[in-house]
Design a protein around this ligand. Structure first.
Ligand code: ZN
Ligand code: ZN
Ligand code: FE
Length: 742
């Protein structure tokens, strides 16, 4: 009996095993089990060897990780080889496949007038179609998906049962006669795509219910339409993603290299952040102040039909108000979006698993996930040790949650910002769903150390024993788990905000950490954060703090309330010390006159990065000893930035010099920690390492110093990856405690 683990369910793997076994004259069967696929094979030893080898050569998207052989149990019996009913085994952890974009074969049929699925939006096969978003239970079978209410017609049934068909055992098989259907709400014609194209041409906004939720679409070249969408979504500047009909048009607007191309065309079909060409015809309102565009291609039938009919790029953004969870049901779409959308394209395939589009960016020669959702979630991660089951609530912004079972961890798709009640409800739904899908029974809940976090309240409300995990420790742990590294390492955790063990705001941290514990060894020199959340939105407040710390006159900052802020800082009232690297970016952006206030998280830093010239001589940014800690001391750099501004040096040059200084200082601090600890591995984590220039310069500098560098790739470096780290730290701690219930 062969127990096969990896990405083997919902990817056409059993049909592949079936065809191979029949070809080799092997008897027995193959079935989905809770933890993977089981193959029961009887035949000539040579044929069995060839079958074993063939398992690892299964066509993508299937991917076999390991095959375990056990003595033959009760033989399935009967002559020949068959695909048998799924079995639930209590011991092993189920896997849930991620959604797969429409494959090339299905796409050809979609546009083939002779095919019976010509223009049928829900076209899918054993190698493509919805998975996580449609799954109700495990193992993955049609009866446990939201296709259950659509019994296959005789023609579909025949394909499902035919080993020679691409749809042999395709759980999401459907056709115009038996499957879900799409309609335009309130539109009498029976061509919903034509109705949508008509509304879009007139400058309208169209809601399009998709695979993981509802999108909002408008013409990406129409400044007025994009402006209307911004106003309705209550989203001032945060960039919109753009969907292109095909690669040719995408390549005319954006610069696409080989790695980006592979990401765009992969089965995950994510939004890829790409440099935009000078000659762009997209409306400026799509991505104000940025030189990159979030570009992607259609990932399922309806999007292919819509984009092909429209023939021009469309803004395609999540159907929600800013930072709310994406709408999933027809009722939500009508209630939340119906009043101001010009048309709603809806369908009757329910979406039990909410999932936005994933976002990736190519950094340091690999695609790195920024927002982890459709096509990537839930995935699975090996903790490297067995532990009692844990639930981790995640961060307050860009929330995802994590469930562990045994030695495996599963990270939910992006949910949203936990401040909203709708997001908290979506969080609770997702938690219940993840626990059910993975048969997990958490014995503990992990949350951020911040007592005021919404996530902390959610954790305490579960009634489970709660474990607080320091924010930056969780970032480093997340990077360790994703890289399969046990630690200890030098963890460089740079981000906007995280509650420190001393009650101050951390964010420019160097931790020596493994999963169980951490020690803070170095930080960015703290300055005053004046006015709490206001200081996060208004970078000019940080500029005043840095000017005063560097002994300069804060009067050069001209903003309403500047005098008050300067007084608050000099007498220390209403301020808290912060070592946040994100706030240093805000301060420099304000000092060069780029931006004094942000309308979305990370805006100033993104714009500062976007503006950076190709190369810059690094500013002096020394690493000095301050008591127990090492500190990056930015005072000389701030004085040099101000001198450059006064001398008329361009902000592109200043930004380049600033990024270079940070990477040089980062490597210097790591060398100093290496000298004290002997550690030669550095994990770069936290939202700042979504910054391509900073990450690439830092990785280069560390590499030149002989360090091994761990970067994120499948998990966001920012707060979207925090839950995985929280879960790993909590699991590690309770597995170390004797007597904890298992
Ligand atoms: Zn297909
Ligand atoms: Zn059918
Ligand atoms: Fe963070």
């Amino acid at each position: 009996m062969l127990h096969v683990r990896g990405s083997v369910q919902g990817v056409g793997f059993r049909p592949y095993v079936y065809r191979t076994a029949v070809r080799l004259g092997i008897a027995g069967g193959v079935w989905n089990a809770t933890g993977g696929v089981v193959v029961d094979a009887e035949g000539e030893p040579e044929a069995l060897d060839r079958l074993r080898a063939a398992l690892f050569e299964a066509p993508l998207p299937a991917r076999v990780e390991n095959v375990e052989e056990t003595a033959a149990g009760a033989t399935v019996g009967g002559p020949g080889f068959g695909i048998r009913p799924s079995r639930v085994e209590n011991r092993s952890t189920p896997r849930v496949p991620a959604d797969l974009a429409t494959c090339a074969s299905c796409l050809r049929e979609l546009f083939d007038p002779a095919d019976r699925r010509f223009r049928y939006p829900f076209i899918a096969c054993a190698e493509c179609g919805p998975r996580y978003t449609a799954v109700l239970g495990t193992p993955y079978d049609r009866a446990r998906t939201s296709y259950e209410p659509f019994p296959p017609c005789p023609a579909c049934r025949a394909e499902y049962d035919d080993p020679a068909s691409r749809r042999f055992h395709a759980q999401a098989i459907a056709c115009p006669d038996c499957g879900p259907r799409v309609w335009a709400d309130g539109d009498g014609s029976n061509d919903p795509v034509a109705a949508a194209v008509h509304a879009l041409r007139a400058g309208g906004v169209v809601a399009v219910r998709g695979v993981g939720g509802v999108h909002l679409a408008c013409d990406a070249s129409d400044e007025r339409a994009v402006g209307r969408l911004r106003a309705a979504k209550n989203r001032a500047d945060k960039p919109f993603a753009v969907m292109f009909p095909g690669l040719e048009m995408l390549g005319r607007e954006c610069v696409v290299d080989a790695l980006a191309l592979a990401a765009l065309c992969g089965p995950e079909s994510p939004i890829v952040l790409l440099p935009r060409r000078e000659s762009t015809t997209l409306a400026p309102a799509v991505a104000p102040g940025l030189t990159e565009i979030g570009a992607f291609l259609p990932s399922w039938g309806l999007q292919h039909l819509l984009l092909a009919a429209y023939g021009a790029p469309l803004v395609m953004t999540s159907g929600n108000l800013s930072d709310e969870p994406i709408a999933v049901t027809n009722e939500e779409a009508r209630a939340r979006l119906g009043a101001w959308c010009d048309l709603l394209l809806l369908h009757d395939r329910e979406i039990p698993g909410r999932a936005d589009d994933s976002v990736v960016r190519v950094i340091a020669h690999a695609p790195r996930v920024f927002r982890r959702a459709r096509g990537h979630a839930p995935g699975h991660f090996d903790l490297g040790f067995a532990a009692p089951d844990v639930c981790a609530v995640g961060a307050d912004i860009r929330n995802t949650l994590c469930i562990t079972r045994g030695r495996e961890a599963f990270l939910s798709p992006h949910i949203g910002d936990l401040a909203g009640l709708d997001t908290q409800n979506a969080w609770a739904e997702t938690r219940e769903r993840m626990e059910r899908l993975f048969h997990a029974r958490p014995t503990a809940v992990a949350h951020d150390l911040h007592p005021g976090y919404h996530g902390t309240a959610l954790a305490l409300a579960t009634g489970l024993p709660a474990l607080a995990v320091q924010h930056h420790h969780a970032h480093v742990a997340s990077c360790l788990v994703e890289n399969g590294h046990p630690g200890p390492v030098i963890g460089v955790a740079w981000d906007g905000t995280g509650y420190g063990t001393d009650g101050t705001v951390w964010g420019g941290e160097f931790l020596v950490a493994d999963l169980a514990r951490f020690e803070r060894r170095a930080r960015l020199r703290p300055v005053a954060l004046a006015g709490g959340d206001a200081a996060v939105r208004e970078g000019w407040r940080m500029a005043i703090a840095y000017l005063m710390d560097a002994g300069l006159d804060p009067a050069r900052i001209d903003a309403r309330g500047a005098g008050t802020v300067a007084r608050m800082i000099s007498c220390g009232t209403g301020t808290v010390p912060t070592s946040s690297m994100g706030r240093l970016f805000d301060a420099v952006a304000a000092l060069v006159g780029l931006r004094g206030a942000s309308t979305y998280e990370g805006q100033a830093a993104l714009e500062l990065e976007a503006l950076a010239a190709r190369d810059g001589e690094p500013y002096v940014l020394p690493v000095i000893r301050s008591g127990e800690l090492l500190e990056l001391d930015p005072r000389a750099m701030i004085r040099a930035v101000v001198a450059d501004v006064d001398a008329g040096v361009g902000s592109a040059e200043i930004s380049a010099r600033f990024h270079a200084a940070l990477s040089v200082a980062l490597a210097a601090a790591c060398r100093a920690i290496r000298d004290e600890t002997g550690l030669r591995t550095v994990a770069l984590t936290g939202g700042c390492f979504g910054n391509r220039r900073l990450t690439e310069l830092a990785a280069q500098a560390l590499g030149a110093d002989g360090f091994e560098v761990l970067l994120h790739s499948r998990v966001p470096a920012g707060d979207g990856g925090l839950a995985l780290g929280q879960a790993a730290v909590a699991a590690r701690r309770i597995s170390d405690v004797p007597g904890h219930p298992r």
